[in-house]
Design a protein around this ligand. Structure first.
Ligand code: ATP
Length: 308
């Protein structure tokens, strides 16, 4: 199946001469949730803004649903919903009018039943007659999503949807995203919260300095780059790693009270069994053992660090 969004060799040089994107290529499949991770200034918003037709590219192309975003702006914009970082609508307008007006802006015929469904899905139905200024910050964010969904887009971009929201609201936003995916909407979100990507994305893209460093299936990324550590707490401290254990990738921590063993999760043999046997043979008594798996955060820090 052709990708719903296809970005090829995209570049952007702002008027200041700053190169925000340097030849980005990326295909997004219909129905997936792609998380774009990157530090401040990586180029995430620039990339999204070009795909949504808000910023002009300096080079390269973007196709959405088979249409070029520059040449066929109206067609592609109608297929896209964008949830920006900030609310810029009229504070004295009601929720209902704001969302209904947004649908009209995209050239769609009125459909009160659809607006009602969107507001109910986002738990905003009982606020439909309230003015935006009467809503809490979390509700305002949900209004942004409602606006972006008002014209039934096939692709939804969420630019840092949960920045600055509390844990409960973040979880409820994730639920909303899950339900949207279940209804067939393709979702691209940018985030600084790696746990967010870890929780809800199918694929992860890492962007830094205007370049895509990698795009990978989340599970594959975690198993390929994920490392595990075995922590062995010792009954008696050691002065150093004994020579008989020098063949293992061991470090001594905690003032000699703890041995750390790094091993590869994808390797056929982890070496744990032989290590434990070697410890017993060397007469080293253990107090406790535990394992720790690297998180997406560790992986991200490693990738961005290596790209610098
Ligand atoms: N209109 C502009 N003129 C000049 N430079 C710009 C403009 N907009 C963005 N930039 C620069 O382009 C780079 C990428 O910005 P962008 O907003 O795309 O990053 P981001 O990854 O979304 O960052 P953040 O996570 O902080 O939102 C930054 O260095 C920024 O200063």
């Amino acid at each position: 199946m052709a990708p719903i969004v296809s970005v090829s060799n995209l570049s952007k040089t702002y008027a200041s001469g700053f190169k925000a994107l340097k030849g980005v290529s990326l295909d997004i499949e219909e129905g997936e949730i792609l998380a774009l991770l990157g530090p401040n200034g990586a180029g995430k918003t620039t990339l999204i803004s070009i795909i949504c037709g808000i910023v002009n590219p300096s080079g390269g192309t973007v196709m959405v649903g088979g249409h070029d975003v520059v040449r066929d702006f109206r067609e592609t914009r109608a297929m896209i919903g964008l949830v920006p970082q900030e609310l810029t609508t009229d504070a004295f307008e009601t929720v209902w009018n704001t969302v209904t007006f947004s649908r009209g802006l995209h050239g769609k015929k009125p459909n009160p039943a659809h607006i009602e469904k969107v507001l109910k899905d986002l738990s905003l139905w009982d606020k439909k007659d309230n003015m935006l200024r009467e809503l809490s910050g979390g509700m305002k964010r949900r209004v942004l999503i409602a606006k972006a969904l008002s014209h039934e887009p096939r692709v939804l971009f969420l630019d840092e949807p949960t920045a600055g929201v509390d844990v409960n609201l973040r979880k409820s936003m994730w639920d909303v995203v899950e339900r949207l995916r279940a209804s067939g909407v393709t979702i691209i979100l940018t985030t600084h919260y790696i746990e967010e990507a870890e929780e809800i994305a199918d694929r992860i893209g890492v962007i830094n300095g205007g370049e895509i460093l990698l795009v990978e299936d989340k599970a594959a990324l975690m198993s390929k780059l994920g490392r595990k550590q075995l922590r062995v707490d010792l009954a008696h401290p050691l002065d150093g790693v004994p020579d008989v254990l020098s063949g293992y990738n061991l470090t001594l921590e905690g003032d000699g009270h703890c041995l750390i063993y790094d091993y590869d999760t994808s390797a056929e043999r982890t070496g744990i069994t032989t290590l434990l046997a070697a410890l017993a043979e060397a007469g080293i008594r253990l107090k406790d053992i535990s394992t720790r798996q690297s998180s997406l955060e560790d992986i991200f820090v490693e990738i961005v660090g290596a790209g610098r």
